[in-house]
Write a protein that binds this ligand. Sequence first.
Ligand SMILES: *[C@@H]1O[C@H](CO)[C@@H](O)[C@H](O)[C@H]1NC(C)=O
Ligand SMILES: *[C@@H]1O[C@H](CO)[C@@H](O)[C@H](O)[C@H]1NC(C)=O
Ligand SMILES: *[C@@H]1O[C@H](CO)[C@@H](O)[C@H](O)[C@H]1NC(C)=O
Ligand SMILES: *[C@@H]1O[C@H](CO)[C@@H](O)[C@H](O)[C@H]1NC(C)=O
Ligand SMILES: *[C@@H]1O[C@H](CO)[C@@H](O)[C@H](O)[C@H]1NC(C)=O
Ligand SMILES: *[C@@H]1O[C@H](CO)[C@@H](O)[C@H](O)[C@H]1NC(C)=O
Ligand SMILES: *[C@@H]1O[C@H](CO)[C@@H](O)[C@H](O)[C@H]1NC(C)=O
Length: 491
Amino acid sequence: MILQNKFYLILQATLFIAAVFCKKQPQGKLLQIVEIFRHGARYRIDNSSYTDNNQINYGQLTAQGQRMHFILGKTLYDRYSIPLNIPKTYNHTFIYVKSTNYDRTIMSAASQLAGIFPLQYGQKIFNVSDQFLIPPFQNVSKINETLFALEGGFQPIPIHVRDHKDEKQLLGYMDSCSKAPEWESENYKSQEWIRIQKEYQDIIDALIEDEYFGLKNDANLFDISNLVDTLISEKWFGDEEKNKEISEHVDGFLLSQEQLVLPENFNRMWVQMNLIYTSVLHLTLYKTPQQKKTSVTPFFTELLNYFNNYINDKEYYRWIMLSAHDTTIAMISQGMNFTSWECLEKVKLQKNIPSNCIYTYPGFSSNIIFELYQDKNNEHFIKVLYNGTEQNICGSSKKYCYLKEFNQAVKYSTVSDYDLECGNYNNDNQILGLTQSKQQKIETKNQIVLSCLVILLLILLITSLIFNYLQRRKILTLSLNQQQRVDYSTI
Ligand SMILES: *[C@@H]1O[C@H](CO)[C@@H](O)[C@H](O)[C@H]1NC(C)=O
Ligand SMILES: *[C@@H]1O[C@H](CO)[C@@H](O)[C@H](O)[C@H]1NC(C)=O
Ligand SMILES: *[C@@H]1O[C@H](CO)[C@@H](O)[C@H](O)[C@H]1NC(C)=O
Ligand SMILES: *[C@@H]1O[C@H](CO)[C@@H](O)[C@H](O)[C@H]1NC(C)=O
Ligand SMILES: *[C@@H]1O[C@H](CO)[C@@H](O)[C@H](O)[C@H]1NC(C)=O
Ligand SMILES: *[C@@H]1O[C@H](CO)[C@@H](O)[C@H](O)[C@H]1NC(C)=O
Ligand SMILES: *[C@@H]1O[C@H](CO)[C@@H](O)[C@H](O)[C@H]1NC(C)=O
């Protein structure tokens, strides 16, 4: 009896542990990843303050930025080459790459792809006569390569882009939303903006006072945010002398990314300035529930499409690569409940800070990866990594979420009609464009019908004329026949 009890106890304990263990992390096969990243280090984009000798190539990716993405590509190759079965040679069914229409994001994607699909693995040319290889031109150049199509086995990979106003998925907070500018200017006038500006007034004043930065006397949160953006570009340009000079004006400027998040550094000026930068981004683009939900709706819609298309065998991409901006990373972060301006303010005030609150700004090459898995029962679940670290998702402390549950969670974080919320239907934009082209089609149809009618009428008229003529002629002929005998020459 006792033995039996013990047996049951052990059995129960084992089952309990097994249950806990299984619940903790479902086992699954990785099907697909959707990767979104910010471009790498770039030249400054703003010159409203802080003059230096490096004011060139505004907004372009730097060599350092290229390297960052090249290394990220290699890193992701190492992580995913086995689970995703990454081909050494680029294959159009494996990956789909899209970028926003900016030089720096397109070049970042190209740099990362170079890390995933390296030299020496490009397509080869086998035994083909020269006549099939030479372009139509006079005195074509000679090359050394005989094996690879391109020298060094380079792999060209397509990167898709759209006009800003059509790029709802990655720039849903911008040109594709007619009401976005209106919402933004409302935010600058809001109580919250004014209150938060007050909370940072000491730092703002200190920065205005230091003539090194060249700020206007009435500089506001927005001006400081631009300055921070410029200083970040400077820092990542990596000139040690210059960075040391700046650090004499900004306490904590030389801190590493890891040091930035340590509590003991929280009151350093640079950490506070970074907090301003992140807060301004959210207070501008993702302040009201309407902005928060609307901006991220097209992204989530596309994300679920990628998953569903793969699951339903409609598309075979195992990797979707999306190259975008800090604002895009912030948009998705707030949509996933990783952060918000509300929690950033609590961090600033050091009061009631929620456990889930990413308060660091989305620096160069920040990245979010959605992983889609299939478990033993053919159920699908996802995991989400921010800079390579798994995040809690679906409003729980779990690091995974079943797709059904995720669908539901997304519903609460989005709107049902993006274009309606954005006021796109009654403005001069692509929706109207769509109606216009529809209208044109209808008009064309009408024209065709009209032309047909006219032609038909004409034919009827001509036929009737001919008939009439023939009838008359018949009569005429008859009468003529009679006359002919009299005067043949009158016809
Ligand atoms: C900065 O100033 C230069 C020179 O005036 C100008 O060409 C450039 O467009 C400006 N860049 C930005 C981002 O304002
Ligand atoms: C492309 O890769 C897939 C696997 O991702 C493979 O099934 C297919 O055969 C490959 N196609 C070519 C043309 O290599
Ligand atoms: C290459 O072409 C040559 C001449 O056309 C032929 O003799 C040879 O068998 C071909 N080699 C291969 C591997 O096809
Ligand atoms: C091709 O090269 C030859 C020799 O260098 C030169 O004489 C000729 O003008 C060139 N033809 C053209 C069309 O450039
Ligand atoms: C071709 O090879 C020669 C000799 O190795 C080298 O000097 C030349 O730079 C190469 N040309 C190209 C275009 O790589
Ligand atoms: C991700 O990396 C970027 C670039 O180093 C950094 O600025 C950002 O704080 C990181 N975010 C998180 C949540 O790790
Ligand atoms: C974010 O949090 C809200 C409120 O708790 C919840 O309704 C929503 O589903 C969450 N969104 C996601 C994507 O987890």
